[in-house]
Write a protein that binds this ligand. Structure first.
Ligand code: PMP
Length: 456
């Protein structure tokens, strides 16, 4: 590809972006006065364009920026708003609860109802995940599960998949180098200890590698997404997740399924959709409709083992928990979101639209002959810069092209379509419409023609 010409295309889009966003530019400038990168959290520096779009308001599948431009939101807060922005039942529940107290470090009636709802959705395996605890983030849920797994099994190590992402969880910032050694993932910030002290890394879909990793007998838990979603989508081979189940059981390691993103596969995530039988399920982000809320569920046996192993006197200082976790507002928001917004009917609609999005992208790829592919998992879909779907994280990572991605995302943004900044990913919400999807297809068609012209 002619990289100079790609740079020129990007420059044209940058100019168009700057001209269209004077108000966002002023807000970004004000932000720089007291915030590194000018944003409240450093990730927001990764959006395409010289400064972040600032949101004035968001509703359903759309948001309006400070310049009054309406956008179709296919990022949806990288799943935090998979429920759609400001869904009415959630807003009503939040409003009612806020006036009745937000946090007291005491349970409200909603918590047990939410735990029962999560059991109905995710407790579908033979081992039945049915004992839930709540946190504010999926990161915390994962951290807590790993602590419990180490505590109960008395083992030190955790197995993760190469190129996984599970939040800012220390043990997960490890990848394999060319020789197959565990090394810190590129870009890891301030690792507390060498990654191989805590972590074994295996390629996704590699049963033999997992068997070898578990054979050492020092693995407390295998933490995985049932399909990788954070390095593009990597789907499991037939039988792979059954093999993970069998091997973890054989070696006494907890099988922890992180459904934070794969909830897009249906009301009970991949666990229910694919008949998985994990020991632990983690879910977060969207379950509170945007209000911080996450959860982890254990089987009854594991929950009992945890309770036996923790002294009441030390329960607040052992490294699991949080002052605001399980607060009344989060629980009210989660109850409303699960029971009234992210319903089975909503998932059916979302999946239909994701199919439409995938067909739109595929149509453009076929017409232009660009050697890319598009993959879908329920309500989530993604295109990537390789002709075939990857089999593991390293293969997926090898097709990364950050400058190309930045151009495509800025091009889409300039046409009123927001994609997730970390991937070429689109997520559907209950409020997303066919017209929203088609807006992306039209923008993508234009971009693909421009990129096609850069190739020999
Ligand atoms: N698990 C998975 C699979 C994720 O993709 C993420 C975030 N992208 C997390 C956990 C962490 O979520 P949070 O940043 O909300 O803690």
């Amino acid at each position: 590809m002619d990289r100079g010409a790609l740079h020129a295309l990007h420059a044209t889009e940058t100019q168009r972006f700057v001209e269209a966003h004077p108000a966002c530019a002023r807000l970004a400038e004000a932000g720089r006065a007291h915030m590194p990168y000018g944003v409240p959290m450093s990730w927001m520096a990764k959006w395409p364009g010289p400064f972040a779009v600032h949101v004035d308001q968001a509703a359903g599948a759309h948001f309006t920026c400070a310049d009054g431009i309406e956008h179709v939101d296919l990022c949806l807060g990288d799943t935090g708003a998979m429920s759609g922005h400001a869904p009415a039942p959630t807003v009503a529940a939040i409003t009612a609860q806020a006036a009745r107290g937000i946090t007291s470090m005491l349970p409200t009636a909603d918590a047990a109802l939410v735990a029962a709802e999560l059991t109905a959705r995710f407790g579908t395996g033979a081992s039945r995940v049915e004992a839930w605890q709540f946190t504010l983030t999926a990161t915390d849920a994962n951290r807590h599960v790993l602590r419990y797994a180490r505590h109960v099994t008395g083992r030190r190590r955790v197995v993760v998949m190469d190129f996984c992402y599970h939040g800012s969880v220390d043990e997960t910032f490890a990848t394999l180098d060319a020789q197959g050694h565990v090394v810190p993932r590129r870009g890891t910030i301030g690792a507390p200890v060498p990654a191989d002290l805590t972590t074994l890394v295996v390629p996704f879909n590699d049963v033999d590698a997992l068997r070898t990793a578990l054979a050492g007998g020092d693995v407390a838990a295998v933490l995985l997404e049932p399909a990788l979603t954070n390095i593009g989508i990597v789907l499991p081979d037939d039988g792979y997740l059954d093999a993970v189940r069998a091997l973890t059981r054989e070696h006494g390691a907890w099988m922890v399924v992180d459904e934070t993103h794969t909830l897009c596969a249906g009301p009970g995530g991949c666990t229910a959709a694919w008949g998985l039988d994990p020991d632990v399920v983690v879910v977060g982000k969207t379950i509170g409709g945007g209000v911080p809320s996450a959860a982890f569920g254990l089987t009854a046996d594991l929950a009992a083992a945890v309770q036996r192993s923790v002294e009441l006197e030390d329960i607040d200082v052992g490294g699991v928990g949080g002052t605001l976790a399980g607060n009344a507002l989060s629980m009210a928001a989660t109850r409303a979101t699960l029971t009234q917004v992210l319903t089975p009917a909503a998932f059916a609609h979302m999946e239909e639209l994701a199919v439409r999005w995938t067909e739109g992208v595929q149509g453009v790829l076929s017409a232009t002959g660009l050697p890319w592919h598009v993959t879908r998992l329920g309500a989530r879909a993604e295109y990537a810069f390789s002709p075939n779907a990857p089999h593991d994280g390293a293969q997926a990572a090898a097709s990364d092209d950050f400058p190309l991605q930045q151009y495509l995302h800025l091009q889409a943004l300039n046409r009123g379509v927001l994609l997730t900044p970390f991937h070429n990913m689109a997520l559907m919400s209950p409020a997303t419409s066919a017209a929203d999807v088609d807006r992306h297809s039209a923008a993508f068609s234009e971009a693909a023609d421009a990129v096609r012209a850069l190739r020999p």
